[in-house]
Design a protein around this ligand. Structure first.
Ligand code: UDP
Ligand code: MG
Length: 160
């Protein structure tokens, strides 16, 4: 039930100054940040992270976006954290992401616009899609020493 998931605040989120506001959304629901660092990924690392998308039409744009500048990588822990975080993140396309979701509140770009321009959808954030991806992605971005187990007030007021 208690899971850990990988979250990346993509370079568009970092450079638009939305790191604090986005982290705050995770804190508010009682999720716990158990690892965090800024990483400037190169193309090879991008291909490892987005292995499932290499070769797709949108991949060159996605690689350009994710290597544009540093990303804030986080390991986030909580009850069904993978699904909970994806719920807060919202669907891939900001135009159709509902208000209240991170992608719906901080962007509005559409597939049509990005495809016509030949660029990636700038939707601020990545979150692992399932348990297998979370395990693989956390191991790619963090080593064991970078992950911390500690108590927060949520352990008392949200989890108990
Ligand atoms: N993406 C894109 N165009 C597409 C599909 C995806 O630019 O047609 C980008 C977008 O930034 C997305 C990322 O590639 O977040 C990974 O795609 P995925 O389908 O895994 O979406 P996610 O899991 O991030 O919602
Ligand atoms: Mg995905």
């Amino acid at each position: 039930m208690i899971q850990r998931t990988l979250v990346l605040l993509k370079p568009d989120a970092v450079q638009r100054g939305h790191m604090g506001e986005i982290i705050s959304r995770f804190e508010k629901v009682g999720l716990k940040m158990v690892a965090m660092k800024l990483v400037w990924a190169d193309k090879e690392f991008a291909k490892r992270h987005y292995a499932e998308h290499v070769g797709k039409k949108f991949y060159p744009g996605l690689e350009a976006l994710i290597t544009l500048g540093p990303v804030l990588a986080m390991a986030v822990e909580g009850i069904d954290a993978i699904e909970t975080v994806r719920k807060l993140v919202g669907p891939t396309e900001p135009k159709s992401a509902p208000p209240g979701t991170i992608r719906g509140d901080f962007a509005h770009v559409s597939y049509g616009y990005a495809d016509a321009k030949g660029i990636s959808i700038k939707n601020l954030i990545h979150a692992s899609a399932n348990e297998a991806d979370a395990k693989k992605e956390l191991a790619l971005w963090f080593n064991d020493k970078e992950m911390h187990s500690y108590k927060t007030v949520h352990d008392v007021h949200v989890l108990e």
